[in-house]
Design a binder for this molecule. Structure first.
Ligand code: SF4
Length: 414
């Protein structure tokens, strides 16, 4: 389906494909707009875990379980440094109380349903089942000098983007802080056991997850408190946390403006990414339904403020979709809007989409992609095409969703 864009009358005749869902029906609100779900539906909460607690709370809980407070630190070391929740490996804890202590402090949170490997074992997608049967995924990727984990922050998502598999079923629930952290700990354990392939002999980086991207299931800023508590644990020194660098953590959003402002004031210099995908409200209202609440200019103003407060250069994510958002004039408009807000504060990551012929959601041609990148670079906006690792296993951003096959595999676990 093509039509002429009314957004730029001067460009009549330019092919303009409009967003639409394929094979599913987008839920609408009373006014006929795509439904946005911000509140997490009430479901049974996951068990409270050491990673849900602050260090003093861990000490208190250990005392409640009848052991001296210093045991909390030992448990934290096992979990955050040795990536284990197995009492048999905790020989420094009193044998008689070990099982009970571990059951109280490190209850199981994620059951592995399966792993899918690609890129000769350099990329692994995990499918996890949560305590209430909800399914979430994370994707582990080795790059030269770093190991990145793409984590989920919600089961499902309430943002209802028409191109996104995750959003189709709506929001199942927010994930807890510990459920977010456990994805990293489990990935680290697999790496420590040699389960991630592809290490080059001249790569002397540490064998553990160094970079986190919140680009799995969910809109992280819609689960703000738990996501930020998880970030605090990621950056806390071992053994209280994972001892990671804030710079290696990317928090992305489709543009929840009040939450972006809050993030700017946290004093944790994470990398901030705005999934923009269109520089004009006309298209973005349809492409990213939350744009009906916070417009392109408001989201860009908040992103600019993030830079001003943190000094961290902001990333603009832009999935290039053939004839939908890949027009030269849109590259120019994006450059104009970014330059209006100053120089040197932002870079753009266009993401080539998976080519899906016959769909409205198909990849821009190489020529159009190169032209889009060239126009932005020429306008002084640093722009680099992003690697879409993981797309072979449906692990690229916006493609994470449990399939019926996944559900069948999860059901077999009993
Ligand atoms: S693209 Fe992101 S924000 Fe939109 S529905 Fe999918 S997971 Fe949610």
């Amino acid at each position: 389906m093509t039509e002429t864009s009314p957004a730029r009358p001067a460009n009549t005749g330019v092919r303009q494909t409009r967003p639409r869902t394929e094979g599913w029906t987008q839920k609408k609100d009373a006014e006929g707009r795509p439904l946005l779900q911000f509140a997490s539906p009430k479901r049974g909460k996951p068990p409270v875990h050491l990673a849900d607690m602050t260090p003093p709370e861990r000490v208190e809980k250990v005392k409640e379980l009848g052991l001296p407070g210093f045991r909390a630190k030992q448990l934290s070391t096992h979990y955050f440094t040795h990536y284990t929740s197995d009492p048999a490996e905790m020989t420094d804890l009193p044998a008689a109380q070990r099982e009970e202590l571990v059951a109280g402090m490190l209850p199981p949170l994620l059951t592995e349903v399966r792993q899918l490997k690609t890129d000769r074992g350099d990329t692994i997608k995990f499918l996890w089942r949560l305590h209430d049967g909800a399914l979430v995924e994370s994707v582990l990727m080795r790059y030269p000098g770093r190991i990145t984990l793409c984590v989920s922050s919600q089961a499902g998502c309430g943002m209802n983007c028409p191109f996104c598999a995750t959003g189709q079923a709506g929001l199942t629930r927010n994930m807890s802080t510990a459920e977010i952290i456990e994805q990293i700990v489990r990935a680290n354990r697999l790496i420590a056991e040699g389960g991630l392939g592809g290490k080059k002999s001249d790569d002397h980086s540490m064998e553990r997850v160094s970079n986190i991207v919140f680009m799995g299931m969910g809109e992280p800023l819609a689960n703000y408190k738990r996501v930020m508590d998880a970030v605090r644990i990621m950056v806390a020194d071992q053994p209280n946390g994972l001892g990671m660098s804030a710079r290696g953590i990317t928090v992305s959003t489709v543009g929840l403006v009040p939450a972006i402002r809050k993030l700017s004031d946290e004093g944790i210099p994470v990398t901030f990414a705005l999934s923009l995908h269109a520089p004009d409200d006309h298209l973005r209202d349809e492409l990213i339904p939350v744009n009906s609440k916070w417009k392109v200019d408001e989201a860009l103003d908040a992103a600019r403020e993030y830079y001003e407060k943190t000094g961290r250069r902001v990333s603009i994510e832009y999935a290039l979709i053939k004839d939908m958002n890949d027009h030269g004039w849109r590259a120019d408009l994006l450059a104009e809007k970014l330059n209006e807000r100053g120089r040197g504060w932002v870079h753009v990551n266009p993401i080539p989409l998976n080519p899906t012929p016959e769909s409205v959601w198909t990849a821009s041609t190489r020529e159009v992609t190169n032209e889009f990148v060239r126009r932005l670079n020429d306008a002084g906006i640093p722009t680099t095409l992003r690697d879409t690792r993981g797309k072979e296993i449906d692990g690229a951003c916006g493609q994470l969703v449990a399939t019926t096959e996944d559900e069948a595999a999860a059901a077999q676990l009993g």
